[in-house]
Design a protein around this ligand. Structure first.
Ligand code: AMP
Length: 421
């Protein structure tokens, strides 16, 4: 089955075409046929595509909306330029899988998109006003380009965390705010945490019930998840992706009283403070330099840049603090799994986070850690009682696989049945 995976943003459309089916999923032999993105949709858009053989093609085109961008991409996929012999016309694309940011309390798993499901995604707009409307546009554009008969599946960033218990997802706010406005912790990056947990299971040959791990997705956005018996039991992100770890430009945890204080002292609206916490904080905010961890590591080494060093210290300390907290919540774990751009590629950051976790039984193997860059494998000593692994994430692959699984099982629950009273 050729599955087109779409991630639609406000002015961008990212895509991958993946050949997969139940056999390939079992054997981990899915094939990525091409990938790319359209940026600056709305005018002269920039189209970047990577063919199967790895060549990169960059061009510009007047693309006014997501529908036209998708049409353009599908035409390219079916052309000789894409080098994909299996797809000669749009009908050779058998399904579309969409990344949808917020499924709220309605969607606890990936689902085939029906009109009813679309209404449910619309209901969640309040919870993710910047993201869900764009995801809906992507779904409607696919209906327009491929026709209403092509199966489409929604895979939610939040749904892996639906198993988090009430005592972990409730904020200690007046309870009616939860009932009235659904204010609670939801968690994000669920597709990534679930993917690496699946791969960990395969690597270690353990069952879902035996999967007790803490996954650390460290990229531009960062989150930690406590996984017990294969299910998410707590995660660091909350109502929005702002809570938790220090990120590229997001603050992570702060005292909520600080919002008012900044507003008063700096003469900003709460809306502007929100933007400051999301876009000007984190690694960028502390260092005053950049949100790019590679540059921070370089500057802290070569130039002895004090604030770059400080940003890295705060980043690693917060990650270690969450590991400690999750170990306490879970009782024990078998491994910590690193993923995301930083987690997959920076032995230095992994070592700094793990340094000080010897009390928990973690002993990092320095040479394994140094070697494991963009690769999958163990980085702890064999006699560690708490292991550490690096597992590169692949959210698009999980979306493609869920799309296949949902279509074959025709999983499309009625939203009315899902609604939590
Ligand atoms: P992501 O959002 O998963 O693409 O991750 C982006 C982050 O990964 C950025 O902060 C990059 O600086 C960081 N990153 C990528 N490669 C490396 C590396 N070799 N060392 C440290 N950080 C890296």
């Amino acid at each position: 089955m050729n599955v087109l995976v779409l991630n639609s943003g406000s002015s961008s459309l990212k895509f991958q075409l993946i050949a997969t089916d139940l056999g390939r999923i079992t054997e981990n032999k899915d094939e990525r046929l091409c990938r790319g993105q359209v940026e600056q949709i709305g005018g002269e858009a920039i189209v970047t595509v990577h063919t199967r053989s790895g060549t990169r093609q960059k061009s510009t085109a007047s693309l006014f909306d997501i529908s036209r961008s998708l049409e353009y991409l599908v035409r390219w996929i079916a052309s000789d330029e894409s080098e994909i012999m299996e797809v000669r016309s749009p009908s050779d694309i058998h399904a579309v899988g969409h990344r949808v940011v917020h499924g709220g309390e309605l969607f606890t798993e990936s689902t085939v998109i029906t009109d009813e499901v679309l209404k449910g995604i619309e209901e969640c707009i309040d919870l993710a006003p910047l993201h869900n409307p764009n995801n809906i546009k992507g779904i409607l554009a696919s209906r327009q380009v491929f026709g209403p008969k092509l199966p489409q599946v929604a895979v939610f960033d939040t749904s892996f965390h639906h198993s988090i218990p009430e005592h972990a997802y409730l904020y200690a706010l007046p309870y009616h705010l939860y009932k009235r406005h659904h204010i609670r912790r939801y968690g994000f990056h669920g597709t990534s945490h679930r993917y690496v947990a699946d791969r960990y299971r395969a690597l270690r040959a353990v069952t879902e019930e035996q999967t007790h791990i803490i996954t650390l997705h460290l990229g531009n956005g960062c989150s930690a998840t406590a996984i017990r018996g294969g299910r998410s039991v707590d995660t660091s992100m909350g109502m929005t992706p702002l809570e938790g770890l220090v990120m590229g430009t997001r603050s992570g945890d702060i005292d909520p009283a600080v919002v008012n204080l900044i507003a008063r002292k700096e003469g900003l609206s709460t809306h502007e403070v929100d933007a400051l916490l999301n876009n000007q904080s984190g690694l960028l905010g502390i260092s005053g330099l950049t949100n790019d961890m590679r540059v921070l590591l370089q500057e802290s080494r070569d130039q002895d840049h004090r604030r770059a060093q400080l940003a890295i210290e705060v980043f690693c300390y917060r990650a270690r603090k969450y590991i400690g907290a999750f170990l306490a919540c879970m009782g024990a774990a078998d491994a910590i799994v690193f993923t995301g751009g930083i987690g997959e590629n920076s032995p230095d950051i992994r070592a700094r986070i793990c340094n000080g976790l010897e009390w928990a039984g973690l002993r990092l193997d320095d040479s394994r850690n140094k070697r494991m860059v963009g690769l999958e494998g163990q980085i702890s000593c064999d006699d560690s009682s708490l292991h550490a692994f690096v597992i590169p994430t692949d959210e698009e692959l999980l979306i493609a696989r869920d799309t296949v699984r949902c279509i074959l099982s025709e999983r499309s629950p009625r939203v009315e049945e899902l609604r939590i009273q």
